[in-house]
Design a protein around this ligand. Structure first.
Ligand SMILES: [Zn+2]
Length: 447
């Protein structure tokens, strides 16, 4: 059983899939106006971990993660760099995908882009207009928040409070200050698409509704993202989608807390920007993953320069221990494995799991417990959480030595020295190494 904290209900709940054995999950992806930074990557490592935990529990997980490749900020940045917005977007999409491959994030089912779904977006807006959830003013289309009775149900905000506290500058075209744009008319020199309301481009929120419905259906299991997206982005996604379909949009909403530097959210404008690719020049992807997972995803993560180094040192300890003591995937401490998997299944409690594993590792180093079992279990759980253990050079040496032994044994057999050849086999077996003679030579295996 997997339990997760659902922002929608404000409670930790047992996960019940729409279709048995399957999970459909939408992850809000990057707005490709800039490089992927340390704060973004927290959300993507987290959604990757969630996916892996579901997969370990036997679920088939379909993840869709979009790219917002048209947006006011993208147009602005493209102007700043004197380039085409498409080239700018492609550049940052490439950097994101490269970084996520290095971070061993499993690729999604697809990476839909907003600009490739204009038709679906227009159809969705047409339906909203038809149902009178949207209105047109001078080529712009706005969503009428008053019409959607449950507006605020995700962020637990009340419309009246939003209006009175609204810092949005008053737009005389809007019926209500918190109404938001579904379609924006293009100004001179800006990219545009043809629509029934004139030349324009989609608003940010509508693209996620259109793309998630297209690839995952009108109701899907999990919608994930950072807490900064709860309002207005996810609230608006719900308002748009549920107004059109009349169905629950997503059953579970999972939000990770922010990464902060000196109390501030990481962003370009605050010049506290740390690009993932630059960070990965200094520390390994495993160490960066450990850095994220040491803190629970529902807690803010405060960045300081030391914490990355600490993770690096801790990761080295794990890698060294596994390298020295791992012998086989079958050497496991089942009680330990079951215990930590229960913690992972309980709202993805990675700090608790890591705490347990590091204390077992410390004990094993001081002679308590079976080192081989501890190494096997640690490697397995780390791999479930998305870490990668490279085959070390030492293993290549073992390969070389084994190949030499096998060749000598072959020579002995050809010279009919069966007694010595059998002695080699017997002695290796006593060391837990099995030789298997077959048509294409002799293979070996550590039991
Ligand atoms: Zn989104």
């Amino acid at each position: 059983m997997i339990k997760l904290f659902n922002t929608l209900t404000g409670k930790k709940e047992e996960f019940i899939p729409i279709n048995a054995g399957e999970v459909s999950m939408y992850v809000c992806g990057m707005t490709v106006q800039d490089r992927v930074h340390l704060g973004h990557m927290r959300a993507y490592v987290m959604s990757d971990l969630i996916r892996r935990v579901f997969e370990y529990n036997g679920y088939n997980v379909k993840v869709v993660q979009n790219f917002t490749d048209i947006d006011d900020k993208i147009i602005e940045r493209a102007r700043e760099f004197n380039t085409d917005y498409r080239l700018l977007g492609e550049k940052y999409i490439r950097e994101y995908i490269e970084s996520s491959v290095i971070m061993n994030i499993k690729p999604p089912y697809c990476y839909p882009k907003a600009t490739q779904h204009i038709e679906e977006i227009i159809k969705l807006i047409e339906k909203l207009i038809e149902k009178e959830y949207a209105y047109i003013v001078k080529g712009n289309v706005y969503y009428s928040t008053n019409k959607f009775k449950e507006y605020g149900k995700l962020s637990k905000k009340r419309i009246e409070d939003l209006i009175s506290g609204s810092r949005v500058k008053i737009n005389p075209d809007k019926k209500n200050p918190i109404d938001f744009a579904l379609w924006k008319i293009s100004k001179e020199g800006e990219p545009y698409w043809y629509s029934p309301w004139g030349k324009g481009r989609p608003g940010w929120h509508i693209e996620c509704s259109a793309m998630s419905i297209k690839y995952l259906g009108e109701t899907f299991d999990i919608h994930a993202g950072g807490t900064d997206l709860i309002f207005p982005h996810h609230e608006n996604e719900i308002a748009q989608s549920e107004a059109v379909t009349g169905k629950t949009f997503a059953n579970y909403w999972i939000h990770n807390e922010m990464l902060r530097i000196k109390g501030e959210k990481m962003s370009k404008s605050l010049s506290n920007f740390l690009a993932v690719k630059d960070i990965l020049n200094g520390i390994s992807p495993n160490s960066l993953r450990l850095y994220y997972l040491k803190t629970h995803f529902k807690s803010p993560l405060e960045y300081d320069d030391n914490s990355l180094n600490e993770s690096s040192n801790a990761m080295n300890r794990v890698e060294r221990f596994v390298e020295e003591n791992y012998i086989s995937e079958y050497k496991l401490n089942m009680d330990l494995l079951k215990g930590v998997m229960n913690d992972l299944n309980d709202n993805f409690n990675t700090p608790k799991v890591l705490g347990t594993l590091f204390s077992i590792l410390r004990e094993a180093n001081s002679g308590i417990g079976d080192k081989h079992e501890v190494a096997g279990t640690i490697k397995k759980v780390f791999e479930i959480m998305g870490f990668v253990f490279q085959k070390k050079e030492r293993n290549n040496k073992i390969d070389d030595i084994m190949n030499l032994i096998i060749e000598i044994r072959k020579d002995l057999r050809e010279k009919k020295c069966f007694q010595i050849a059998d002695k080699i086999r017997y002695q290796l077996e006593r060391q837990g190494i099995e030789l298997m003679d077959g048509q294409d030579g002799t293979k070996w295996n550590i039991r």
